[in-house]
Write a protein that binds this ligand. Sequence first.
Ligand code: NAD
Ligand code: ZN
Ligand code: ZN
Length: 393
Amino acid sequence: MKAVTWQGKRKVSVDEVPDPRIEQPTDAVVRITSTGVCGSDLHLYEVLGPFMDRGDVLGHEPMGIVEEVGSAVSGLSVGDRVVIPFQIACGTCWMCTRGLPTQCEVTQTRDQGTGAPIFGYSKLYGQVPGGQAELLRVPQAQFTHVKVPHGPADERFVYLSDVLPTAWQAVAYADVPDGGTLVVLGLGPIGDMACRIGQHRGYRVIGVDLVPERLQRGRDRGYEVVDLAAAGNDLGEVVRGMTDGRGADSVVDAVGMEAHGSPVTTVVQQAAGLLPDVLAKPLFKSAGVDRLGAIYSAIDLVRRGGTISLSGVYGGAADPMPLLTMFDKQITLRMGQANVKRWVPEILPLLTDGDPLGVDTFHTHAAPLAEAPQMYERFQKKQDGCVKVLLKP
Ligand SMILES: NC(=O)c1ccc[n+]([C@@H]2O[C@H](COP(=O)([O-])OP(=O)(O)OC[C@H]3O[C@@H](n4cnc5c(N)ncnc54)[C@H](O)[C@@H]3O)[C@@H](O)[C@H]2O)c1
Ligand SMILES: [Zn+2]
Ligand SMILES: [Zn+2]
């Protein structure tokens, strides 16, 4: 089959690889019809290279048609239309039954000390072949799927794999009071969707980014935006000026570890990128290599007693954090990979009755798998108005 593979820093290619097969009785094989490219893939493309091997199959936002089911998979049949959550979880362990499939005790990536494995997401998360491919092997298939009806186009459901539950959890964890103000940092797919969900819930939403097309997308959806390129170091003042001098009740960081405006750590990240993997890996896990521009902004512009919700992915372990300020401002901080299936029942009604979140027109680019290399580049460089790419194997 054809698949998108990681080849090195800022290099992916489309290669012929062996077809996946049923390896465990709990597996299924799905023929992929649509599959997203995510901001998380850009971290693999750029700074997480030390955890990748050449040839690793990328992608964790797939949907398609079940082609084969293992003998132990109940509740799933050949021909079913499914979206595959980005994390692999059993559905019945202590964590899964408490709505935390990211922490599944059956599948946890114990040798790396991380939670549930993620499709196409490096050794840190189990090095499982991903879903930017014609076929995908789905482990723990009895739980690792969301069945969706035949009929509507893939665009209606494909974001259930990641964008929708991630943005949903980001807003839920932000704990916005009724009628409160939610600031969302970053208007990529995750941030934009978090803004739409905030609007849908009746909050005042302010989105922050520095890419003109992404700011315009926000204005077009009817939420307020602040241009970081213009606000610069005064972002906190700008937001306080919009919120009675107090700051936002809640802030979602939908930027993560490659934020613009973090000059010192950009240099450190680049240096780590030049080291041999054996040195770069421990440095990445234990030292301060994140570019913290966004999280620092969040701490500044949240009001005293407010809540910060991190959905942007961070990687380092010992970054300097302004703990005095965080403690003094009495901030609540929540974070993590999205517990996909925890939120699906709440989201599904918004996909069947009309389209209040605008998912049908959410992607800006659709392309055959063969064009993945150009699409990765366009998405990373934010060229041609690129916000969300769907590949069509
Ligand atoms: N928690 C999860 O389960 C989960 C799931 C998916 C994605 N993510 C993470 O969410 C983040 C966003 O993903 P995406 O797909 O939207 O990617 P993206 O890279 O398209 O979006 C990031 C946006 O942040 C903007 N930005 C950069 N620096 C900024 C700053 N200092 N202040 C404000 N905005 C800034 C960029 O211009 C860009 O528009 C990534 O870190 C990704 O890894 C997390
Ligand atoms: Zn994703
Ligand atoms: Zn489990």
